[in-house]
Design a protein around this ligand. Sequence first.
Ligand code: ADP
Length: 580
Amino acid sequence: MSERLPVAGRAQVRHDVKELLRSERGRVARLVGLTLLASAAGLVGPYLLGRIIDMVENGTATLAAVDLMAVGVVVAACAQLVLTRYARRSTYRFGEHVLRRLREDFVARVLSLPTQVVERSGTGDLITRVSVDVTAVGQTLRGALPDIALYVFQLLVLFAAIFWISPLLGLCVVITIPVVLPVVRWYLRRSREAYLAEGSALSGALENVTATAEGGRTVEGMGLQADRIGVTDHDVGLLYRARRGTLRLRSALFPVTESAFALPTAIALLVGGLVYLNGGIALGALVTCLLYIEQAVNPMIRLTQWMEEVQRATASFARLRGVQRLPEEVSGSDLEPEGDGIELVDVHYAYVPGHDVLRGIDLSIRPGERLAVVGPSGAGKTTIGRLLSGADVPDSGRVSVGGVPVGELPAEVLRERIVLVDQEHHVFTGTLRENLAIAAPEADDERLLAALESVEADWARSLPEGLDTAVGSGGTALDPARAQQVALARVVLLDPHTVVLDEATSLLDPRTARAAERSLAAVLEGRTVIAIAHRLHTAHDADRVAVVEAGRITELGTHDELVAAGGAYAALWSSWHGTD
Ligand code: ADP
């Protein structure tokens, strides 16, 4: 079971929202200014209608005056339309900027996390956050925010105007609040948890479906279909219950709010009528006021509807920002490694607490040495490689290069010293140049081509667009041998002192593997090499051989010494050699 990434607490969410608003100060000011102007323009129409009614009632109305006011109504409506358009536009722009910041922060932080944190959190959680959660926040920023900004300011302006004309009628509107507030509070108290539960259930379901799809062959091969369907059913059940939970909250909120908002108009009509009959208000002012109240109802209903979306987005926002609180990869040890000697001292490591995979590894590797690590499958050889390359840190003991623990070296410094070459030769979508430049961003074409040549990748010269040829998904497909040559060219460009090879050529067919090994030999020239070996001839050619069994080094010496000692290695050698 993977550990879920953390979720930001309320205080952090508040802090981050404030930070975002502060950093976008200019855009926020523009948005607020335009929205206030648009809302104020909305007041003009009803006000002029009230004036017309008053003039007609007083008998002072002239055709010209009424016409002028009617023109005023039209002009105000047009002004409101135009202002609203620009207000919305500035809100959209603000929303897109915020969304871009959130995405960039998230990706930057995930990339700077220690590898083991990302690996242990599971792909489902990461993918859900960067897709579903970003979409949820994005939808709210695009859809809800422009409306919310407009409605909030409209309400403020309308309430101010209603209270200014008639405080009594203002009270008629405010009377809705005690009806709606308890329901809204009941809803808000429960909804954060409910939406977080929904997000987490979705992450879990996605995680397991991804695992089933990725391990499709294993599932078929071992007849695990029923088991995986069971797991999926269970996840869908959890998701169904979580969705029911949020639906229940919504179905309690909306009927109450919708009916409550019919109240202000009804009460204001009744009270306003009585006040008018008693001479307490002019007919024109009453009509203006009623039109304002009518205008206020729609924003109130829409705001409560958006609240749901805002809650959902806040939960997603909390999930996105939670990652910001994870510890960053250590990058700042002032220790400068002295030399390139590698030491492992009493190294213990467990993937699952309590199940040590490495149980006290002591090993010292001299610069320039070629060490082969052999042993049965599952003994911990790959794990040693991971610790050497800094992909993981030991639970106890230390792995150091030039006297500095590998985990304390900034990634870019470590890459210059130790590079792990394993079976995964990923070709990134992009040009061949971009694929190589990952290793040496400042290298010119000459150097890139020389690196390709040194690993015998002569085909690169005959590509139609040379280094600009698009490779990877959607581009020119590179076969496994070429992909590996690109990976090896990267190593040449990085020019590390030490290369850790983990069965780098074992997935290739024998003929390709032989060619690849020639490329590899060119890369390894003059470097310290730690080869996790599965073919014993690698061990035969090495300066020393370490035999790893059940997390410990049980034999260490030259090939000849170990064969002479007649231990596990000698047995392996004779059985392998005998069948060669
Ligand atoms: P080797 O390379 O010698 O075959 P590994 O270092 O790959 O051995 O694995 C050592 C042990 O650690 C094995 O028992 C393996 O099942 C376990 N192991 C490897 N990777 C993981 C992982 N990501 N999570 C849990 N256990 C793992």
